[in-house]
Design a protein around this ligand. Structure first.
Ligand SMILES: [Zn+2]
Ligand SMILES: [Zn+2]
Length: 139
Protein backbone atom coordinates (compact mmCIF):
# COMPACT_ATOMS: atom_id res chain seq x y z
CA UNK A 1 0.00 0.00 0.00
CA UNK A 2 2.87 2.37 0.85
CA UNK A 3 4.34 1.70 -2.57
CA UNK A 4 1.10 2.59 -4.28
CA UNK A 5 0.84 5.75 -2.24
CA UNK A 6 4.25 6.78 -3.51
CA UNK A 7 3.20 6.16 -7.11
CA UNK A 8 0.17 8.41 -6.68
CA UNK A 9 2.12 11.13 -4.91
CA UNK A 10 4.87 11.04 -7.52
CA UNK A 11 2.17 11.70 -10.13
CA UNK A 12 0.76 14.59 -8.01
CA UNK A 13 -2.44 12.66 -7.32
CA UNK A 14 -3.91 12.90 -3.84
CA UNK A 15 -3.78 9.35 -2.46
CA UNK A 16 -7.38 9.01 -1.31
CA UNK A 17 -8.58 5.71 0.12
CA UNK A 18 -10.76 5.17 -2.98
CA UNK A 19 -7.89 5.66 -5.41
CA UNK A 20 -5.55 3.51 -3.37
CA UNK A 21 -8.13 0.73 -3.21
CA UNK A 22 -8.59 0.78 -6.99
CA UNK A 23 -4.87 0.68 -7.59
CA UNK A 24 -4.40 -2.04 -5.00
CA UNK A 25 -6.98 -4.22 -6.71
CA UNK A 26 -5.27 -3.78 -10.09
CA UNK A 27 -1.89 -4.48 -8.54
CA UNK A 28 -2.91 -7.55 -6.58
CA UNK A 29 -5.14 -9.34 -9.07
CA UNK A 30 -3.44 -8.29 -12.26
CA UNK A 31 -6.37 -9.81 -14.14
CA UNK A 32 -6.91 -6.96 -16.62
CA UNK A 33 -10.44 -6.22 -15.35
CA UNK A 34 -13.19 -4.05 -16.78
CA UNK A 35 -14.24 -0.91 -14.89
CA UNK A 36 -17.38 -2.79 -13.79
CA UNK A 37 -15.28 -5.58 -12.30
CA UNK A 38 -13.11 -3.06 -10.46
CA UNK A 39 -16.20 -1.33 -9.13
CA UNK A 40 -17.76 -4.58 -7.88
CA UNK A 41 -14.57 -5.59 -6.05
CA UNK A 42 -13.65 -2.23 -4.55
CA UNK A 43 -17.23 -1.75 -3.40
CA UNK A 44 -16.72 -4.63 -0.95
CA UNK A 45 -13.98 -2.68 0.74
CA UNK A 46 -15.21 0.87 0.17
CA UNK A 47 -19.04 0.77 0.31
CA UNK A 48 -19.30 4.51 -0.39
CA UNK A 49 -17.47 4.41 -3.72
CA UNK A 50 -19.42 5.34 -6.87
CA UNK A 51 -19.01 4.15 -10.45
CA UNK A 52 -18.12 7.72 -11.41
CA UNK A 53 -15.26 7.75 -8.92
CA UNK A 54 -13.95 4.50 -10.40
CA UNK A 55 -14.11 5.86 -13.96
CA UNK A 56 -12.61 9.21 -13.01
CA UNK A 57 -9.78 7.58 -11.08
CA UNK A 58 -9.00 5.20 -13.93
CA UNK A 59 -8.90 8.08 -16.40
CA UNK A 60 -6.60 10.00 -14.10
CA UNK A 61 -4.27 7.00 -13.79
CA UNK A 62 -4.28 6.62 -17.59
CA UNK A 63 -3.47 10.32 -18.02
CA UNK A 64 -0.49 9.94 -15.71
CA UNK A 65 0.64 6.89 -17.60
CA UNK A 66 0.73 4.11 -15.03
CA UNK A 67 -2.52 2.43 -16.01
CA UNK A 68 -3.02 1.29 -19.59
CA UNK A 69 -6.40 0.80 -21.24
CA UNK A 70 -6.57 -2.33 -23.39
CA UNK A 71 -9.00 -2.50 -26.31
CA UNK A 72 -8.21 -6.09 -27.17
CA UNK A 73 -11.70 -7.57 -26.87
CA UNK A 74 -13.24 -5.06 -29.25
CA UNK A 75 -16.27 -4.56 -27.04
CA UNK A 76 -15.00 -3.34 -23.68
CA UNK A 77 -12.05 -1.59 -22.12
CA UNK A 78 -9.84 -3.62 -19.80
CA UNK A 79 -7.35 -2.01 -17.47
CA UNK A 80 -3.76 -2.91 -16.78
CA UNK A 81 -1.47 -1.59 -14.08
CA UNK A 82 2.03 -2.39 -15.17
CA UNK A 83 5.39 -0.86 -14.59
CA UNK A 84 7.02 -2.24 -17.70
CA UNK A 85 5.69 -2.76 -21.22
CA UNK A 86 4.60 -6.26 -22.19
CA UNK A 87 2.58 -8.12 -24.79
CA UNK A 88 -0.84 -9.63 -24.19
CA UNK A 89 -2.67 -12.77 -25.13
CA UNK A 90 -6.47 -12.66 -25.27
CA UNK A 91 -8.42 -15.89 -25.00
CA UNK A 92 -11.47 -15.77 -27.26
CA UNK A 93 -13.05 -18.58 -25.29
CA UNK A 94 -12.89 -17.50 -21.64
CA UNK A 95 -12.08 -13.82 -22.14
CA UNK A 96 -8.97 -13.89 -19.96
CA UNK A 97 -6.06 -11.66 -20.83
CA UNK A 98 -2.59 -13.02 -20.07
CA UNK A 99 0.70 -11.19 -19.94
CA UNK A 100 3.29 -12.52 -22.34
CA UNK A 101 6.82 -12.23 -21.08
CA UNK A 102 8.81 -11.69 -24.24
CA UNK A 103 11.55 -9.29 -25.09
CA UNK A 104 10.47 -6.88 -27.78
CA UNK A 105 13.24 -4.93 -29.53
CA UNK A 106 11.02 -1.85 -29.91
CA UNK A 107 9.95 -1.60 -26.24
CA UNK A 108 12.85 0.59 -25.21
CA UNK A 109 12.82 2.77 -28.30
CA UNK A 110 11.32 6.25 -28.36
CA UNK A 111 11.59 6.50 -32.11
CA UNK A 112 11.18 3.79 -34.68
CA UNK A 113 11.55 4.21 -38.44
CA UNK A 114 11.10 7.94 -38.03
CA UNK A 115 7.94 7.69 -35.89
CA UNK A 116 7.68 8.97 -32.34
CA UNK A 117 6.25 6.21 -30.15
CA UNK A 118 3.95 7.32 -27.34
CA UNK A 119 2.05 4.13 -26.63
CA UNK A 120 2.72 0.48 -27.21
CA UNK A 121 0.04 -2.16 -27.55
CA UNK A 122 0.73 -5.60 -28.91
CA UNK A 123 -1.52 -8.56 -28.53
CA UNK A 124 -2.29 -12.00 -29.78
CA UNK A 125 -5.68 -13.70 -29.83
CA UNK A 126 -6.49 -17.36 -29.62
CA UNK A 127 -7.37 -20.07 -27.15
CA UNK A 128 -5.48 -20.10 -23.86
CA UNK A 129 -3.69 -23.08 -22.35
CA UNK A 130 -6.37 -23.55 -19.68
CA UNK A 131 -9.14 -23.75 -22.26
CA UNK A 132 -7.07 -26.06 -24.45
CA UNK A 133 -6.53 -28.32 -21.45
CA UNK A 134 -10.26 -28.36 -20.68
CA UNK A 135 -11.05 -29.26 -24.29
CA UNK A 136 -8.62 -32.15 -24.11
CA UNK A 137 -10.15 -33.45 -20.91
CA UNK A 138 -13.65 -33.30 -22.34
CA UNK A 139 -12.70 -35.56 -25.22
ZN1 LIG B 1 -9.28 -19.39 -22.06
ZN1 LIG C 1 -0.82 -6.88 -18.78
Amino acid sequence: MENLKNILEAASIKPTFERLSILQYLDKKHNHPTAAMIYEEVLKKVPTISKTTVYNSLNLFIDKGFVTPLYITGSEVRYDFATKPHHHFFCEKCGKIYDLEVECPIFKKKHFQGHLIREQHSYFRGICRDCLEKEKMAK
